[in-house]
Each structure stands twice: as structure tokens, then as C-alpha cells.
Design a protein around this ligand. Structure first.
Ligand code: ACO
Length: 325
């Protein structure tokens, strides 16, 4: 008995950008990108594919699968760091687009952990109001937030959105089993993005190159593997479960090398792991809900399956969630 996912949805921009196309933009190669990251293609938003528009489309798909009307949604959360506006929130735009007139809506800034942190907030909301339905979305257009001259970062990211509708189940076997989330603001400068320059000269941030991603790739790599491993083993300890109990693992789709290292340490069979980073690159907060929706629609998740999520991102933020489907 507890919170369950009633429906999932996703939406990806139609434009595919290959590694070969990137070769004409920055000094890189298809071979370098494939061997260092496993990424082959990513999707790039075009006209009519702003963050809220992708999010709204993913939300409609999730609502349709859940057979929930938009007006039944009480809480609408969008994990994002790339909305086209700072205010109003992306979530308020989505609310308006889909007609979720009874909801309160807000954005959640936890970088790549936006969906998992949102799932935690949604779970707690449903548990205190078991009649309520909640919509959690991860949506990004990071193509608008990378420096296309910086080969260290622009090759990694892509655009997309994924969504999940949450509700209460009386079935004793089905619930979000547990979460183990952490942050460390002390390591903020390994991965960050400036805001628009301050209009108050006293509050100007020095050396603000503009609102795009800046990253210490090697440091992020080390922290990502260690943090996700610790979050997962911490969660097993908390819940009394082990890697053998996991039927499906849906990690944040950062890149193959990070994931390979993590999967080696977990000793989980590869066929249990959902991977799509080669097609979409790193879509930050959207990566887990997109992979979840694809796995769900492909029938990879069955009633009773134990599903493991884990993520890591700027903040730093990281965490793991276990649920019984
Ligand atoms: N194409 C060709 N060469 C490149 C590119 C590129 N796109 N980018 C960097 N290089 C060069 C560097 O300039 C460097 O050249 P030099 O030796 O002449 O100085 C060389 O390649 C090696 O660079 P490294 O940074 O040491 O390469 P590394 O093997 O560490 O791989 C990478 C870089 C892929 C970024 C790796 O550090 C990584 O995966 N980090 C994690 C980053 C990540 O996933 N961030 C996403 C956000 S956080 C998250 O989602 C978990």
C-alpha cells in the first residue's frame, strides 16, 4: 500500500543531431565521442519544442496511459534547469497547456536529480492525501544551455521530457519502497550554470560568461560513480533489499563510461539495466522518466517488478529510489 506510478509518457524533439554533425561545429570526432561517452545521437529542440511544450506533450501521454484527467492533478512538479523563462515556472506553463486547473505547480532545480527528487515530493504528497493525483515531469532543452564552442560539454547533452502520474494503491505489494537522496553544495563548482547578469551592480557575479553549463568532467566522473554507488547500497541497507531483488534498473543516462563503472561495482546483469544514452545523450532531469517510459511501453516492467532508479547531477545532487511496480 502506498504511492504508485499510474502512467508514464515522454516526448523527444524530432531533430536528430549526430556526432558527425558535431564534427562540423567543434574540434571533435565521432570516434572520440563514442569511445568516451557511448553517445551517438542527441535530439535538439526546434520551433514548438520549448521545454514546457515537450513537458506538456510527455504529460499528456502519461495522463492518457494513467486514464487520469488533467483536472484531477493536485500537484504538478517539473524538474528542470532549462526553462525558457525564470518566472513563471515551467510547471505553470505546463499546467496551462494541459488544463490542470486544480493543481498547484512549481519547478524543482536539482539538475539531473530533478525527476527523482520530484518523485520523492510527490510520494509524500500522495501519502498525506491518498485521493490525490500528482504529475512529476523531468524536462530539459539543454541545447539552449550549452556553449556550442565548448567541446568538453556540448557533445554530452540533449533535449527531451518524461512524465509520470502518481496515485495511491491499496495493494500491499505496490509502493515506493524507499529513497536515499543527498546533496553537497560544497562541490557546486564542479558543475554549474550562471544566471542572467544582476541588474544590481553590487550583486554582479564576477566572470559570468553567460547562462551555460561549465563542468570539471573528470571530477564529475569520479564523484558520480562513487555517489550513486553509495546511494544505492545505502538504500539497500535501509530497505533490507539487495541487488538480487532488483528486476529493472533505470539509471540517469549520463554516459556509458560512468554507467559501466557503476554497473561493474553493483554486479548487476546488464539485461536488467535500461540504457538509451546512445540515442539521446544526457537529458539531465528528463533522462530517467524518458527511459522509464520507453521501458514501460516496451513491457520491460511487469506488475510486481522491483525497479531501481539512481541519479547524480549539479549541486551536487544524487540519490536512489526503489519501487515495487
Ligand atoms: N572531442 C575531442 N577531444 C576532446 C573533447 C571532444 N569533444 N573534449 C575534450 N577533449 C580532449 C581534451 O581537451 C583533452 O585533450 P588534451 O589531453 O590535449 O588536454 C583530451 O580530450 C582528454 O580530455 P579529458 O577531459 O581527460 O577526457 P576524459 O577521458 O576525462 O573524458 C569526459 C571527458 C567524457 C567529459 C569524462 O570526463 C566524463 O565522462 N565526465 C563526466 C561528465 C558528465 O557526464 N557530465 C554530465 C553532467 S553530470 C551527470 O550527468 C552525471
Amino acid at each position: 500500500m502506498g504511492t504508485i506510478i499510474l502512467g508514464t509518457g515522454s516526448c523527444l524533439p524530432s531533430r536528430v543531431m549526430s556526432n558527425v554533425e558535431l564534427e562540423s561545429i567543434v574540434d571533435t570526432s565521432d570516434e572520440w565521442i563514442r569511445t568516451r561517452t557511448g553517445i551517438e545521437n542527441r535530439r535538439i529542440g526546434g520551433t514548438g519544442e520549448k521545454t514546457y511544450q515537450l513537458a506538456a506533450s510527455a504529460a499528456r501521454n502519461a495522463l492518457e496511459m494513467a486514464q487520469v484527467d488533467a483536472e484531477e492533478i493536485k500537484l504538478l512538479v517539473v524538474g528542470t534547469v532549462s526553462s525558457h523563462m525564470l518566472m513563471p515556472s515551467c510547471a505553470c506553463y505546463v499546467q496551462n497547456e494541459i488544463g490542470a486547473a486544480s493543481a498547484f505547480a512549481y519547478d524543482l532545480n536539482a539538475a539531473c536529480c530533478g525527476f527523482l527528487y520530484g518523485l520523492d515530493a510527490g510520494d509524500r504528497y500522495v501519502r498525506t492525501d491518498t485521493q490525490s493525483k500528482v504529475l512529476i515531469i523531468g524536462a530539459e532543452t539543454l541545447s539552449s544551455r550549452v556553449n556550442w564552442q565548448d567541446r568538453n560539454t556540448c557533445i554530452l547533452f540533449g533535449d527531451g521530457a518524461g512524465a509520470a502520474v502518481l496515485g495511491h494503491s491499496d495493494d500491499s505489494e505496490r509502493k515506493i519502497i524507499g529513497t536515499n537522496h543527498r546533496s553537497d553544495g560544497g562541490l557546486w563548482d564542479l558543475l554549474y550554470m550562471h544566471n542572467a547578469p544582476s541588474q544590481n551592480p553590487d550583486l554582479l557575479v564576477e566572470d559570468n560568461p553567460g547562462a551555460h553549463i561549465i563542468m570539471e568532467g573528470r571530477e564529475i566522473f569520479k564523484h558520480a560513480v562513487k555517489a550513486m554507488e553509495e546511494a544505492i547500497f545505502g538504500l539497500f541497507k535501509k530497505t533490507g533489499l539487495s541487488i538480487d531483488d532488483v528486476d529493472v534498473m533505470i539509471p540517469h543516462q549520463a554516459n556509458f563510461r560512468i554507467l559501466n563503472k557503476l554497473l561493474e561495482r553493483l554486479e548487476i546483469p546488464r539485461e536488467k539495466v535500461v540504457l538509451n544514452v546512445m540515442h539521446y545523450g544526457n537529458t539531465s532531469a528528463a533522462s530517467i522518466p524518458i527511459a522509464l517510459d520507453e521501458a514501460n511501453r516496451a513491457g520491460r516492467i511487469e506488475p510486481g517488478s522491483t525497479v531501481l532508479f539512481c541519479s547524480f547531477g549539479g549541486g551536487l545532487t544524487w540519490g536512489a529510489t526503489l519501487l515495487s511496480w
